[in-house]
Design a protein around this ligand. Structure first.
Ligand SMILES: Cc1cc2nc3c(=O)[nH]c(=O)nc-3n(C[C@H](O)[C@H](O)[C@H](O)COP(=O)(O)OP(=O)(O)OC[C@H]3O[C@@H](n4cnc5c(N)ncnc54)[C@H](O)[C@@H]3O)c2cc1C
Length: 385
């Protein structure tokens, strides 16, 4: 067991790994990731749908996605790990005038940030995905550089590079408390002993609020289960099917391992740490997906590939990152609200720069501090799936 570290990162998911990679790349080598599980990515990262998109409503989310997707595009070459980035696009399907107005409003912000998004008529939507039921469709928006990645591969890319650059990863090491002295971080208590450090990064995903509470910092996130269903191999839809977002139901789907991955965020899901898949969810989601994609009637459900995982939902569906007031050395990187895979490159570089340079230089993320909640300066991300 090590006794000191320059930076201790609590949590070895994609966020902790990205922060460790960027810190070590920038020359801060004495970094340790503490992960209580026997393997990394167990609760959220390894259970994600892997979607990456720039079609958000707020400039800060659009900017973080734009930066991250560029990084993912070059990831194989720069990191030596194939992230399986498939730029098949995200297609938002609108069925009401309100949807159309909403997409067009968001597109203004996206185009202003240089995102190659375009508006589609109903005919365009039909041409793009002829298998869709489109009688009620009024149009859509499509961005061809959106798509999806393999979350586990991205995490492993960051993880192995971080380790090669000097970071240590301690598995089965639970952090149970954080120590402070005179208004600053002085160490962490773990299941294997205490580590002295002046900087702790809270990258504990759905547990961020509990970790924050140890030092009196309210990290206002709600751990919430999200579930995914996969079909057996299904050839009636092409491999390069875009990620489809049916705005009428909130249901989304894409191709995965030859089958179709289908997801839907149940707004009534209570706050919990449960990742147990509820078999009743299959009927619920099929009822939502079938009317839009009638050919799914011919697809069998792959019961071995249905799962639940955790979202860490913040009140305004934006990440909460950076230092906290009145406690030096405690850095947040939480509240991804279902966007942590796609924003992991942006988060890693921003947090590493904050720790080493006192500010985020690559990206302007100043709006994402925890202080926004106390000040009532919440952001408004509505493009949440
Ligand atoms: C069904 C589903 C679909 C999703 N789809 C997408 C998507 O399409 N696109 C996208 O960008 N995102 C998506 N997400 C969200 C994404 O998976 C998360 O935002 C991301 O994985 C968060 O990464 P993380 O590293 O913060 O959390 P995690 O991967 O959960 O890692 C945090 C780690 O901290 C550890 N930990 C917690 N407390 C302690 C402690 N006290 N001591 C030591 N270790 C501790 C945990 O064991 C955990 O391994 C989805 C999530 C789910 C569940």
């Amino acid at each position: 067991m090590i006794q000191t570290a320059d930076v201790v990162i609590i949590g070895g998911g994609i966020i902790g790994c990205s922060v460790a990679y960027h810190l070590t790349k920038m020359g801060c080598k004495d970094v340790v990731i503490l992960e209580r599980e026997t393997f990394q990515g167990k609760h959220s990262t390894g259970r994600s749908a892997g979607g990456v998109r720039q079609q958000f409503a707020t400039p800060v989310n659009i900017r973080m996605s734009k930066y991250s997707i560029q990084v993912l595009h070059e990831f194989h070459e720069t990191m030596g790990q194939d992230p399986e980035y498939h730029p098949y696009g995200y297609l938002f399907i609108a069925t009401t005038d309100e949807h159309i107005r909403y997409l067009q409003e968001n597109m203004k912000a996206q185009l202003a940030e240089g995102i190659p998004v375009r508006f589609l008529s109903r005919g365009d939507v039909e041409d793009m995905v002829p298998q869709l039921y489109t009688e009620d469709v009024l149009g859509g928006s499509f961005c061809p550089t959106d798509g999806f990645v393999d979350p586990y591969s991205v995490m492993q890319g960051y993880n192995s590079r971080a380790r090669a650059q000097g970071a240590k990863v301690l598995l089965e090491t639970e952090v149970t408390n954080i120590l402070t002295q005179s208004g600053r971080i002085s160490g962490v208590v773990t299941s294997h002993g205490t580590i002295s450090t002046r900087t702790v990064v809270n990258a504990s995903g759905a547990w961020a609020r509990i970790v924050g509470s140890w030092v009196g910092v309210d990290v206002p996130i709600r751990p919430t289960r999200r579930q995914l269903v996969n079909t057996e191999k299904f050839d009636e839809l092409p491999t390069n099917l875009p990620m489809l977002i049916d705005m009428a139901t909130g249901c989304y789907m894409r191709k995965e391992s030859g089958g179709v991955m289908i997801g839907w965020a149940d707004p009534d899901e209570p706050e919990s740490f449960s990742t147990v898949f509820n078999p009743d969810f299959i009927d619920v989601i099929i009822e939502k997906a079938l009317p839009r994609m009638p050919c799914l009637e011919n697809a069998g459900i792959n019961l071995r590939r249905c799962w639940g995982g955790l979202y860490d939902i913040s009140p305004d569906h934006h990440a909460i990152i950076g230092p906290v007031p009145n406690l030096e050395g405690f850095i947040l990187c939480n509240g991804f609200s279902g966007h942590g895979i796609m924003h992991s490159p942006a988060m890693g570089v921003s947090v590493a720069e904050m720790i080493l340079y006192g500010e985020s230089r690559t990206l302007d993320v100043h709006e994402l501090t925890v202080e926004r909640f106390a000040k009532g300066e919440l952001l408004h991300e509505t493009a949440v799936i």
